[in-house]
Design a protein around this ligand. Structure first.
Ligand code: PLP
Length: 443
């Protein structure tokens, strides 16, 4: 071999891909690349719950593209449906029967959801639900929960990450804090922020603000604020205020629809006015939907003159998403929902027991097949329980990196989802990697 002394080691394929990307894409990628130091692994292909990166490394994938792949990668019925459909054209300026088929699948499994209208993302779904609530109520303000993520519609991009210095307004209630530069001040006044872990305070705020609200938007299992379920007390406060003040209750089930065969609202025993859907309903392709009782959904009906709310879009209800979604939901029947929920329950329980046995300061929260790691033993109730992050901002990133070194991919905040190709052995791999990565970060 020639003398290589002094030569830089060759870049891995992922490193080279990231270097090239940064020249033409600000930040290098639309994926959360900054969480991976010095660069993210680039995905090459996926098969079930396994992902292979450009350098040939296999990863157990519990990120599942941010909870959107219920069957993992390349689910054969979805791939086959996409292949067959794509060969006949991918988008038309006309309806196709595929949109009715997916709408029927969703409405048949969730009786409250009598009608559906499709869009391209969870962000759009929540946005259209808010627009519908505004049109139906004739009001413009909305309320959301502090720290809860609902995508990038600016009305909801409020108080995602306020810090303790600015998290209360002068009146002592959670402040409406912009997430991004460029959010208009006027918009902040239109978004009321509620504390997820404090039903009593929610009741007080809603007593004062409820009559000016078009909607309260709630994700019943908000991942960014701890992945703990909404309490019965909180849901009762919302229902009582809705009855008194006439705002619409919008459930953001973009992630949580999967928790029950008939959607998360069925699991929580609530009848929202509108439900925003996304992620798994598109079978791995870009998807969103607003669904609800026909009387509410009539606001989108453009055949009766001017619609209350225009929900169209060049690619809405595109044939590929519709057939992939139909194939995916067909494979996610009641028995499968239950099996995955049991696997998730066992996984969380066994992981927490193992953390305790090893004397580690860590716990996993979650519901069904969804989970999130916390580096604290304190009770997780809401955004404020995890802000500022216990053990500092770098601790979770260190665990995330440790997991990756052990061949496990979670979302950047160390949350994840079990998928249907997983069983006890994959859950055990995941648990062992978590134990080792947390222990390493604590050492
Ligand atoms: N709502 C919730 C609860 C989400 O978790 C997300 C995305 O993660 C969204 C809405 C936005 O969905 P999308 O990324 O498809 O726009």
């Amino acid at each position: 071999l020639p003398n290589q002394e002094g030569l830089a080691p060759p870049l891995s394929r992922s490193a080279a891909a990231y270097r090239d990307a940064r020249a033409v894409i600000p930040g290098g990628s639309m994926r959360p690349s900054s969480w991976f130091a010095p660069h993210p692994p680039y995905a090459q292909r996926g098969d079930g719950c396994w992902l292979t990166d450009l350098d040939g490394r296999r990863l157990l994938d519990a990120s599942n593209n941010f909870f959107s792949l219920i069957h993992g990668h390349a689910f054969p019925p979805a791939v086959e449906a996409i292949r067959e459909t794509a060969a006949q054209g991918t988008a038309f300026g006309l309806p196709t029967p595929y949109e009715t088929e997916l709408a029927e699948i969703i409405t048949h499994r969730a009786p409250l959801l009598e009608q559906v209208r499709f869009c391209n993302s969870g962000t759009e779904a929540v946005m259209f639900a808010v627009k519908a609530a505004r049109a139906l109520s004739g009001r413009s303000a909305i309320a959301k929960f502090e720290g809860a993520y609902h995508g990038t519609y600016d009305a909801l991009e409020v108080s995602y990450d306020c810090n303790p210095q600015n998290w209360d307004a002068p009146d002592g209630n959670p402040a409406s804090v912009p997430y991004c530069r460029g959010t208009p001040e006027t918009l902040l006044a239109e978004t009321v922020v509620l504390p997820f872990g404090d039903p009593k305070r929610c009741r007080e705020i809603l007593r004062r603000q409820g009559s000016r609200l078009a909607a309260v938007v709630i994700d019943p299992l908000p991942s960014r604020i701890g992945m703990v379920p909404a309490t019965t007390a909180l849901l009762e406060v919302l229902q009582e205020a809705r009855q008194r003040d006439g705002f619409l209750l919008v459930f953001d089930e973009v992630i949580s629809f999967r928790l029950h065969h008939a959607g998360a609202h069925s699991l929580f025993g609530v009848t929202p006015d509108l439900v925003a859907l996304g992620k798994i309903i598109g079978g791995g392709l870009p998807a969103g939907a607003v669904a609800g009782p026909a009387a509410r959904m009539a606001v989108f009906d453009h055949t009766q003159g001017r619609p209350g709310v225009a929900l169209g879009g060049t690619f809405s209800a595109n044939p590929l998403t519709m057939v992939a979604g139909a194939a995916t939901l067909a494979g996610y029947d009641e028995a499968t929902v239950d099996r995955l929920a049991r696997l998730g329950d066992d996984f969380r329980q066994a992981t927490n027991t193992a953390f305790r046995a090893a004397g580690l300061t860590a716990q996993v929260t979650g519901l069904g097949a969804l989970f999130r790691l916390h580096l604290t033993l304190g009770e997780i109730r809401d955004y404020r329980s995890i802000t500022p992050p216990p053990r500092g901002p770098g601790a979770l990133a260190a665990v995330h990196a440790g997991l990756l070194r052990r061949g496990v991919l979670l979302t950047p905040n160390c949350s994840g989802a079990l998928s249907t190709p997983m069983g006890d052995s994959e859950a055990a791999l995941l648990r062992q990697a978590l134990l080792e990565a947390v222990a390493e970060a604590e050492a």
